[in-house]
Design a protein around this ligand. Structure first.
Ligand SMILES: Nc1ncnc2c1ncn2[C@@H]1O[C@H](COP(=O)(O)OP(=O)(O)O)[C@@H](O)[C@H]1O
Ligand SMILES: [Mg+2]
Length: 391
């Protein structure tokens, strides 16, 4: 699905906050750009103009924006349904008209119409799908799952795919893939002004499966709190060059991982069937809801699943309020052999875990594909009681 670039034009911070939250909470990912920053490269797909104050300056804003972004959906927001103002807004170039505060359903409907229009008019260019992998805790297998999914996706689809290692301080994506990068994500975000197709080609390193890698930082404190805006811009640029963007987001919520979550078409939350994973996963899901990111995009992945389950899968689903989308078995020998040789599972031959990556990836390519049968649930009381006492 396409990610839209949204621009909010208003002097009122409360208006900006409210609209940004609305944009972030819909089923279609929208990244919000700031009008104060000079931007030649990224014309918005969606512009929301506050017409509640000085109507004539709002109308000239709409005209100016219409000239700059011809295919954009422009939404005018007014205090009342004044027929004169509606007419003026439409003449200036607005596509939709809302009274403040906009009704959520109607607003999301207008965003969907804009996305649909954009897909028909820009059908030729790549329309990136962004998949963000987030760990319920360190060691849950986020890097293992994202890297193997990337290789499998590349092998099965032959599409242009990049994996971005967002972890601050020595990410492991390149290591897992057995490649030695010369550049990292920091080179990209520190040179955004000249980050075009050619420059990007220099920064990424290609794996033999065809998967391209934007390697992790080599500085312990970066990407940090100050880099969130640059990371969001980086994703917008990558979306124009790749068909799939995979992100290893680690397991810490910070401004950079939030930028990735906002951009995501799907957020895969990687958890193990144990007490810390489930407790942290529930907290993370609460945080995602607080941030206003759409919960419909979350998919729970259960990694290192082995009988007997410390917590039965049904119980995990109940605690998280989300079904388990896919389960990967525990197979330390196969996973660590692949890791130590730098050859991902998808390329190592027959094993149940490699077969699960194949099925998982086929479901990404074709979401209507059949879901795997659920793992048998076995009840183990002590772990459940411990879990209950933690809430
Ligand atoms: N399904 C699995 N079965 C057994 N071991 C696994 C599995 N997935 C990951 N591991 C192992 O767990 C460790 C942590 O995995 P990693 O992907 O680095 O986690 P994270 O990125 O969440 O910190 C690694 O040693 C890896 O080999
Ligand atoms: Mg990792």
């Amino acid at each position: 699905m396409a990610q839209l670039v949204g621009l909010i034009v208003s002097e009122d911070e409360a208006f900006k906050k409210h609209i940004e939250r609305l944009l972030r909470s819909g089923a279609i990912p929208v990244s919000v750009i700031d009008d104060r920053l000079p931007r030649e490269g990224t014309p918005p797909d969606l512009v929301i103009v506050d017409t509640r104050g000085d109507a004539s300056s709002a109308m000239s804003n709409i005209e100016r924006l219409r000239a700059r972004a011809q295919g954009a959906g422009i939404f005018a927001v007014a205090l009342t349904t004044d027929p004169d103002l509606i007419l003026q807004s439409m003449r200036a170039g607005a596509n939709e008209f809302f009274t403040w505060p906009p009704a959520e359903e109607a607003f999301h409907g207008a965003v969907r119409r804009t996305a649909g229009r954009r897909e028909t008019t820009q059908g030729a260019g790549p329309v990136a799908t962004t998949l963000v992998f987030f760990g319920a805790k360190g060691g849950a297998g986020t890097t293992t799952v994202s890297v193997n999914c990337g290789v499998e996706l590349s092998r099965l689809s032959k599409r242009s795919i990049v994996i971005v290692d967002l972890k601050p301080g020595l990410g492991e994506v390149a290591l897992f893939l057995g490649v030695r990068p010369r550049y990292s994500l920091l080179d990209a975000i520190d040179n955004l002004h000249r980050l075009d197709r050619e420059f990007l080609r220099e920064l990424v390193i290609k794996h033999k499966s065809g998967l391209e890698i934007l390697a992790g930082s080599d500085q312990f404190d970066r990407p940090g709190a100050a880099d969130g805006g640059a990371i969001e811009e980086l994703f917008r640029l990558l979306a124009r060059q790749y068909e799939y963007i995979l992100v290893d987001a680690g397991s810490q919520i910070n401004s950079c991982t939030v930028a990735a979550l906002y951009t995501a078409d799907t957020m895969f939350l990687v958890a193990n069937p144990d007490v810390p994973s489930v407790r942290n996963a529930q907290r993370l899901l609460d945080r995602v809801r607080q941030l206003g990111a759409c919960g419909e995009r979350v998919r729970v992945l259960l990694n290192r699943a082995a009988e007997p389950y410390p917590i039965p899968p049904k119980q995990i689903e109940g605690a998280l309020g989300h079904p388990i989308h896919h389960t990967f078995p525990s197979d330390y020998k196969t996973v660590s052999a692949a890791l130590n040789s730098g050859v991902p599972l998808a390329l190592t031959g027959n094993s149940d875990i490699a077969a699960q990556f194949d099925r998982f990836t086929r479901r990404i390519l074709d979401p209507t594909a059949e879901a795997p049968s659920a793992q048998p649930a076995r009840r183990v009381r002590p772990a459940l009681e411990r879990l209950a006492s933690l809430w």
